[in-house]
Design a protein around this ligand. Structure first.
Ligand SMILES: [Zn+2]
Ligand SMILES: [Zn+2]
Length: 425
């Protein structure tokens, strides 16, 4: 889709803070705000979760007549009282819901509710202000304006330890950001959005945050390559991205991982195979390579299905290369009710084939739960901690805005093989 304005029906993408990858998660919205799941479906002109999922997977059609209608409908899904959780349809006067004038993100049904909530909301108002801008700017990823172009790395990957190091290799970003700010789609966005265009400095920061989430994936993958002590200069590498879904593949382009090529300039060929039941149809949906791809190029392919199925149907038949590294962004197996059917066979496969693996998590609680599961499976956890290349874009809990935000890939766990148990004397 790079460079062109996509047709309207495809351009609607629920942002990651409003995407529910399973039915349980989607309807759990209602435990905070009764009826919210129905509002979201109504506003998207859908009848049930199945249709919502189909749209996420690029199958369904979300019929909006204009960008204005699309942005308005997106905004409607945030319209409930942040204090008493009432939806506008449950108020005597549906127009009574008023937005907090500072963040333009949360709504209140009355002055009383706003007053009552302020001591809590004031801790999150500034953050929620950013969130509501990012939510709109994210649209420019799907129109192809974002991410901004980046430079080949002038220093070895091992010397780039944090975002500041990475930014220091980019030279002056201002002209690149300003091109985006003055673009037609940016103008179109704020003409149709339900809030005024922010000041340029603020908008530039938002573009950076949204791009950081995008680049975070390549940079975290590069970190995994280094942790596994793989050398992309001496031989081609294959990386499997497990549990790939909407975030990595909706509107996915074959160039999405090109930052890896700039990171390891002159490498012998890198292939990233995206595997997951929620992989979305698109240009990346092409068969994995049996042998290695061309030198110096990053090749993305994809397979829709569970990872252990992919292994049985494709890898074991020699139709795809075995992985040198496996990466998973927020696999969420700690919360998965069907660990046995989905993630358990995958985790055991990774363990038994002794494959270096790196998984990321949104927050510390998720990290702790995930660690517990890996330890119970006697998997050898080699390293864990805060990801230096965590996304810089705050994510709000849609149905419960006054909570600490989380960040994509904020933490990581690096593991490989079976934990060797000490022989008892
Ligand atoms: Zn209220
Ligand atoms: Zn506010």
């Amino acid at each position: 889709m790079a460079g062109s304005v996509p047709a309207l029906p495809d351009s609607f993408t629920p942002s990651s803070d409003s995407v529910y990858s399973d039915q349980f998660g989607f309807y759990s919205l209602d435990s905070n705000v009764p009826g919210l799941s129905k509002v979201i479906l109504d506003k998207l002109n859908m009848t049930d979760y199945k249709e919502y999922r189909a749209a996420l997977e690029g199958k369904g059609r979300v019929g909006f007549r204009s960008h204005k209608e699309m942005f308005q409908n997106l905004e409607e899904t945030f319209k409930f009282c942040a204090c008493c959780s009432k939806l506008s349809s449950n108020l005597p006067d549906p127009k009574a819901l008023k937005r907090c004038i500072k963040c333009l993100n949360v709504y209140y049904c009355s002055k009383d509710c706003q007053k009552k909530d302020w001591s809590l909301h004031k801790k999150f108002c500034k953050m929620l202000h950013k969130v509501s801008i990012d939510r709109l700017v994210e649209w420019l990823i799907h129109t192809g304006e974002l991410p901004f172009p980046t430079e080949a790395w002038s220093r070895p990957a091992k010397d780039i330890r944090c975002w500041d190091d990475w930014v220091s290799m980019q030279g002056d970003l201002t002209p690149r950001l300003d091109t985006i700010l003055s673009g037609q789609n940016m103008t179109d966005l704020w003409t149709n959005a339900c809030r005024p265009r922010p000041e340029e400095a603020e908008l530039r920061k938002s573009v950076w945050r949204v791009c950081s989430e995008f680049f975070s994936r390549s940079l975290t993958l590069g970190l995994g390559i280094q942790m596994a002590r793989l050398d992309p200069y001496s031989r081609p590498l294959t990386v499997h991205l497990v549990g790939a879904g909407h975030n990595e593949t909706l509107g996915g382009r074959t160039t999405d991982m090109d930052e890896l090529g700039r990171m390891f300039l002159g490498h012998q060929g890198l292939e990233v195979v995206m595997v997951g039941p929620e992989v979305v149809q698109g240009p990346i949906m092409r068969p994995p390579l049996r042998a290695f791809g061309p030198r110096g190029k990053v090749y993305i392919s994809a397979y829709k299905g569970l990872y252990h199925q992919f292994w049985e149907e494709i890898v074991e038949k020699g139709e795809a290369a075995k992985p040198d590294l496996v990466i998973g962004f927020h696999p969420g197996f700690h919360a998965s009710q069907g660990l046995g059917e989905g993630w358990l066979p995958t985790l055991l496969l990774l363990r038994d084939y002794n494959i270096p693996s790196i998984f990321t998590m949104y927050n510390d609680a998720e990290l702790q739960y995930s660690l517990q599961i890996l330890i119970e499976l006697e998997i050898d956890v080699k390293d864990t901690g805060a990801n230096p290349f965590s996304s810089q874009k705050p994510e709000q809990v849609q149905s419960s805005p006054n909570k600490a935000p989380s960040y994509c890939s904020a933490f990581y766990i690096y593991f490989q093989g079976l934990l060797e148990t000490q022989q008892e004397e």
